[in-house]
Design a protein around this ligand. Structure first.
Ligand code: SAM
Length: 262
């Protein structure tokens, strides 16, 4: 079958990489795996060996000839755009112990996929996801680096993120233009309890203009309160958002109030 570029169809062919991803989701037969974008089933076939329940979301019905053959009592394909799925509803009749999520999807929807999973409010152990290498660098970035930004802070509020492996473009057929990285994202159990939507808005403001100081970007907020917090961390008044770690962002967010009605 001809791979569809519009659906980001670059199928994994490297057995070593497949094995590394599958080993990341060490599951028992009473667990559940959700696979997003199974394609021709390179990962699905190996994941099935765990004999756990397996739910796959695949948008391209033309793959039913290949992928449909993998369906059985414990493996089900949902032929749907994952971004439009109601995960909670789809898994409500499955009895399982732990839930793991695996995904190798088009890179242009990496962030929407993760946001969809976060918004679905399901409890899971781990998300193993293939992303473009540059995107992985942003997710893994630390303060003071040029890769550190809004998405880093948002995702690191929710997850402990680490690298499983880098993946050469030659691990795929057809060969994509970019290099890839497999990441593991483990939901944090000890998150600060905050209004996440408001926190995201606040972070957007902090990183609004990357080259400007925090003071400039947060001109709608009471600077005296922010300055007190910066002093506590020995930070100067002309600090930029990219120099703050997650703890400081949360500290500021919990204390500040907008100066104007914005
Ligand atoms: N997992 C397979 C592999 O590793 O060989 C296929 C990976 S391929 C990069 C991405 C797969 O995601 C394709 O099969 C594509 O049709 C599917 N896909 C693309 N957009 C999707 C979406 N919104 N929801 C579900 N599947 C999607």
């Amino acid at each position: 079958m001809k791979a569809k570029k519009s659906l980001g169809q670059n199928f994994l062919i490297d057995k070593n990489v497949i094995s590394k991803i599958v080993t990341e989701v060490l599951v028992c037969n009473d667990d559940l795996i959700i696979e997003i974008g199974p394609g021709q089933g390179a990962l699905t076939k190996k994941l099935k060996e765990y004999n756990a329940s397996l739910i796959c979301y695949e948008i391209d019905k033309d793959l039913s000839g290949i992928l449909g053959n993998l369906e059985d009592d414990k493996t089900k394909v949902i032929w749907q755009d994952f971004l439009k799925s109601n995960i909670k509803d789809d898994i409500k009749n499955i009895k399982y112990n732990k839930l793991f999520i695996v995904g190798n999807l088009p890179y242009y929807i990496t962030t929407p996929i993760i946001e969809h999973i976060m918004a679905s409010n399901i409890n899971f152990e781990k998300l193993v996801i293939m992303v473009q290498k540059e995107v992985a660098d942003r997710f893994l970035a630390r303060p003071h680096s040029k890769e550190y930004g809004y998405i880093t802070v948002v995702l690191n509020y929710f997850f402990d993120i680490s690298k499983v492996t880098d993946v050469s473009k030659y691990a795929f057929n057809p060969v994509p233009k970019v290099e890839s990285t497999v990441l593991r994202l483990i939901p944090k159990s000890n998150k600060e309890r905050i209004d996440f939507d408001k926190y995201k808005e606040f972070l957007k403001m902090c990183f609004r203009q990357k080259r400007k100081t925090l003071k400039n970007n947060l001109s709608d907020y009471n600077w005296e309160t922010i300055k007190e917090i910066l002093d506590k961390y020995d930070l100067k008044e002309n600090v930029r958002a990219e120099e703050l770690n997650e703890k400081i962002f949360i500290d500021i967010f919990q204390k500040i109030k907008p100066r104007k009605n914005s």
